[in-house]
Unconditional design. Structure first.
Ligand code: ADP
Ligand code: 2DT
Length: 212
């Protein structure tokens, strides 16, 4: 019998919601329980495209807004063959940001519609589960100062949060809102429960295509 496929699990949320912390803990917990799992993150700054994005985020270079949006999308598409291969091999992928960040961040800029922003990512592997780590701007602020990178201002992050809210109205995506204000361990428990359910159901389902 062919091996059961892994699940594509995405964590989204505003800055400091705890995405990276929780992705790492989830991968560790899955691996320890004998379930193959690996972490990925977008942007993946290690590729040639990712290095252009990284320089832009670090404000070492300027890129036109449409251009950088398309680069973020291209950075996901270049990883699609690897994503599909891992899932087919039975490895669950836990992904720190995906196309939803792409749409939320660019559409928070003036003159960008949600539809235009979604288009380049239509047809990407569809996550089996997207967990949105919800945290108020005030609580995020208590977790430390904003860094020096582009987009790291409270005004911009508030607009991004509103764009995420729009995206979450789309019932074609399996969204789960997670209360990210709880302790690291309590959030981890919520995330693990949702993930184990998803890993169980996804293994019998075909991988979908996002926004198609
Ligand atoms: P993100 O990847 O969403 O930006 P991080 O995982 O990097 O968030 O966490 C941002 C900061 O908040 C880190 O200093 C981290 O240790 C802290 N943090 C993460 N989760 C929690 C939590 N549940 N409660 C309090 N602090 C947290
Ligand atoms: P981190 O590496 O700290 O997560 O910051 N972004 C991300 C976009 O504008 N478009 C995208 O498609 C993605 C995946 C969010 C990365 C920054 O880049 C933004 C914050």
């Amino acid at each position: 019998m062919a091996c059961k496929r892994g699940a594509l699990i995405v964590l989204e949320g505003v800055d400091k919601a705890g995405k990276t912390t929780q992705c790492k803990k989830l991968v560790q917990a899955l691996q320890q329980s004998g379930s193959p799992a690996e972490m990925m993150r977008f942007p993946d700054r290690t590729t040639t495209i990712g290095q252009l994005i990284s320089a832009y985020l670090e404000k070492k270079s300027d890129l036109e807004d449409h251009t950088v949006h398309l680069l973020f999308s291209a950075n996901r598409w270049e990883l699609v063959p690897l994503i599909k291969k891992k899932l087919e091999q039975g490895t669950t992928l836990v992904v720190d940001r995906y196309a939803f960040s792409g749409v939320a961040f660019t559409s928070a800029k003036p003159g960008f519609s949600l539809d235009w922003c979604k288009n380049p990512d239509v047809g990407l592997p569809k996550p089996d589960l997207v967990m949105f780590l919800k945290l108020s701007p005030a609580e995020a602020a208590q977790r430390g100062q904003f860094g020096e990178e582009r987009y790291e201002t409270s005004a911009f992050q508030k607009t991004v949060q509103q764009k995420f809210e729009h995206l979450m109205n789309d019932s074609s995506v399996n969204w789960q809102v997670i209360d990210a204000s709880k302790s690291v361990d309590d959030v981890h428990e919520d995330i693990t429960t949702h993930s184990l359910n998803t890993i169980n159901t996804a293994q019998n389902l075909q991988l979908g295509e996002l926004w198609k």
